[in-house]
Design a protein around this ligand. Structure first.
Ligand SMILES: *[C@@H]1O[C@H](CO)[C@@H](O)[C@H](O)[C@H]1NC(C)=O
Ligand SMILES: *[C@@H]1O[C@H](CO)[C@@H](O)[C@H](O)[C@H]1NC(C)=O
Ligand SMILES: *[C@@H]1O[C@H](CO)[C@@H](O)[C@H](O)[C@H]1NC(C)=O
Ligand SMILES: *[C@@H]1O[C@H](CO)[C@@H](O)[C@H](O)[C@H]1NC(C)=O
Length: 603
């Protein structure tokens, strides 16, 4: 008789305890997760916070402080990724669109915005550190580097990147408002930023590089990537904008880490449409001859609250700075998304979460793109982390014991990229500098002892394009598609390709010359017609892809030149203008000025 109440008590205790414990552990099962913070350390992916829905109907309480882990050392099926819940931390706030920096042993949560439905009051900004070995969260005491604004705010919607090998974290732009900053009323207008925040994880030191030559408007929701090119590497800021202006993707803002200084670099190739909340992952060729930025998805800016998500995939190949569109038609593409994260791992781009629009209710939230074959995959191929996973010398672990690829470099430069930059799947790119002229103070050219790829000087430069034959003297001149105006510093191998006249003087008798000249003129005329056709086509493509008109044909009313048209170091801006005015180059004009015409073609 006495045992019954105590049994009930015990049962009650067990039930309560289990519920309690279940609440402490983050749930990996959600209908949708987006705007989270995530980082890969070693062979684990960590996901912190952001927003999630338990059901497609849920509209409020989407902010969370879930803390999750995904083991990347083993293969898994994307439909059942083995995400595990870690204890929900007590302390770090439930924020979205901040960043999770990492070195090789810890995570650092910076920035992010608090819930707006229901509205939450942000508390005082602190940097939260998670030490992986002890599974513990703490707030390290930090200091500001001398000479910079000692006050660091909690920004949100900026673009972050980690460079574990340098123990550095960066956060670019973003905004401050009543959901990021303690004590700000909701009636204070959102303040957009241009700042580049640096945190040194070794010395716990903040630096706010705000006045270092930024010549672009304030911006949020862009992407930041690290490229080991230049003395200490560079950061590239891609896309983003505020509620009025946006950044076009035909001129990239480049932050030189060695000089803490911004420059700009024009791109070649077709330009992706402007966007916010895209993701990007970088894959390096085994010999560092190219670093390829894979940019995926994002959304348009307007109309606010009813944006359209994208599912296109682009590669920006460095150092040529050429955009290459990846055609994924016919593949099982994941639903279009924005506010997702992308992670380079063993030659695969792992896509986590993302907002998928209003039509779709739920989404599995894990996708895998093979960066070599350019195919979406249903299986993730796990193993130890390798060089190139973060364009950083990683601590490469033991070679895999299973049937994985070459442990040192599972990434091969895709044939599509090779066809643009030369070389092969392991590297050997023959394009060794930006195709469009770099600014005179660019960190992308010149002598860079740490990172410059030194192509084999004995290799024969590959001449890529047009043969132009000038009339008068009957001299055949070969130009390459990478021809740059002289005066810029370029690595030796490409110098040979600037403009090498391969002189062939033809002719013996007057009659022979007249006959040849006749044939030549005819051939030249055919060449001229083809060129003009190409110019037209390229001009029309440019007009669309540069965002002069947006995808539904309405002209954009925004100041779309964010860093674009103001950039004067692009030598052929004038000739493009001519084309826009509808001026068609004449036959004789093009013969007499082949270089000028060529530059237009090669933009
Ligand atoms: C960086 O400094 C600028 C200028 O003092 C300031 O406006 C901005 O809020 C700072 N950025 C952050 C994230 O604290
Ligand atoms: C960065 O990489 C270099 C070269 O591999 C290595 O010597 C150095 O110790 C690394 N630094 C850190 C902080 O891991
Ligand atoms: C854009 O944001 C600023 C700052 O929050 C605000 O003052 C302005 O009214 C906004 N403009 C539009 C068109 O939404
Ligand atoms: C590529 O660059 C990394 C530094 O980012 C360096 O550690 C590595 O040795 C380089 N590899 C080659 C083949 O030069």
């Amino acid at each position: 008789m006495r045992t019954l109440p105590s049994l009930a008590l015990l049962a009650g205790y067990v039930v309560c305890h289990t519920i309690q414990r279940r609440e402490d552990i983050s749930s990996p099962d959600v209908c949708l997760r987006w705007a989270h913070q995530a980082a890969v350390v070693g062979s684990e992916l960590y996901i912190y916070g952001g927003r999630s829905k338990q059901s497609s109907q849920q509209v409020d309480n989407t902010w969370n402080n879930d803390f999750l882990k995904l083991d990347l050392s083993k293969d898994f099926d994307i439909a059942s990724a083995p995400i595990t819940g870690l204890p929900k931390p007590d302390g770090p706030p439930a924020v979205a669109l901040g960043y999770l920096w990492n070195d090789y042993s810890s995570l650092y949560l910076y920035g992010g915005q608090y819930s707006d439905t229901p509205p939450a009051q942000p508390d005082e900004f602190k940097l939260w550190k998670y030490t992986i070995q002890s599974s513990s969260w703490s707030t390290p005491s930090t200091k500001a580097s001398s000479g910079t604004d000692p006050r660091i705010e909690r920004a949100a919607e900026g673009a972050g990147v980690s460079i574990p090998n340098k123990s550095k974290g960066y956060y670019f732009g973003g905004h401050l408002d009543g959901y990021t900053t303690q004590g700000w009323s909701q009636s204070i207008p959102r303040l957009y930023l241009t700042s580049m925040i640096e945190y040194d994880m070794d010395t716990a030191t903040w630096t706010n590089h705000t006045e270092d030559g930024a010549s672009f408007p304030e911006r949020a929701d862009g992407v930041l990537v690290f490229i080991p090119w230049g003395k200490e590497g560079v950061l590239l800021a891609l896309g983003g904008g505020d509620n009025i202006t946006f950044s076009q993707l035909n001129v990239i803002d480049v932050f030189d880490i060695a000089g803490n200084k911004w420059t700009k670099q024009a791109t070649s190739g077709p330009t992706p449409q402007i966007r916010v909340n895209a993701c990007a992952a970088v894959f390096s060729a085994a010999d560092n001859s190219s670093h390829n930025v894979y940019m995926y998805g994002g959304q348009n800016l307007q109309p606010a609250g009813d944006q359209t998500q994208y599912d296109d995939l682009w590669i920006l190949t460095i150092p040529s700075f050429k955009w290459i569109k990846v055609d994924t038609d016919g593949q099982s593409n994941p639903p279009a998304r924005a506010g997702h994260t992308c992670h380079a791992y063993r030659g695969q781009m792992l896509v986590v979460g993302g907002f998928v629009g209003k039509e779709l209710s739920c989404d599995t939230g894990i996708y895998v793109f093979d960066a070599t074959t350019l195919q979406w995959q249903t299986t993730f191929h796990g193993g130890p982390s390798t060089f190139g996973d973060s364009t950083n010398p990683q601590k490469v672990q033991d070679p895999p014991d299973d049937d994985n690829n070459d442990p040192t470099s599972p990434y091969g430069v895709p044939a599509l990229v090779v066809s643009n930059i030369g070389g092969g799947s392991t590297g050997g790119a023959t394009v060794t500098a930006p195709e469009r002229t770099p600014a005179p103070d660019s960190p992308l050219t010149g002598v860079n002892p740490d990172y410059t790829y030194n192509p084999d000087a004995s290799a024969t430069p590959v001449l890529v394009t047009s043969t132009i034959t000038t009339a008068g003297s009957v001299i055949t001149t070969v130009y390459t598609s990478t021809s740059t105006p002289t005066g810029t510093t370029r690595p030796p191998a490409s110098k040979a390709s600037s403009s090498a006249p391969v002189g062939v003087i033809v002719g013996s008798t007057i009659g022979g010359i007249a006959f040849l000249a006749g044939i030549l003129l005819f051939l030249l005329y055919l060449w001229y017609k083809r060129r003009v056709g190409e110019l037209r086509k390229s001009y029309e493509e440019k007009q669309v892809t540069q965002g002069l008109v947006n995808h539904d044909g309405r002209p954009l009313s925004m100041a779309s030149t964010a860093g674009g048209r103001r950039y004067s170091a692009v030598p052929d801006a004038g000739s493009k203008e001519d084309l826009m005015e509808g001026v068609e180059p004449t036959f004789w004009g093009m013969l007499l000025q082949p270089r000028r015409s060529l530059r237009v073609v090669n933009h």
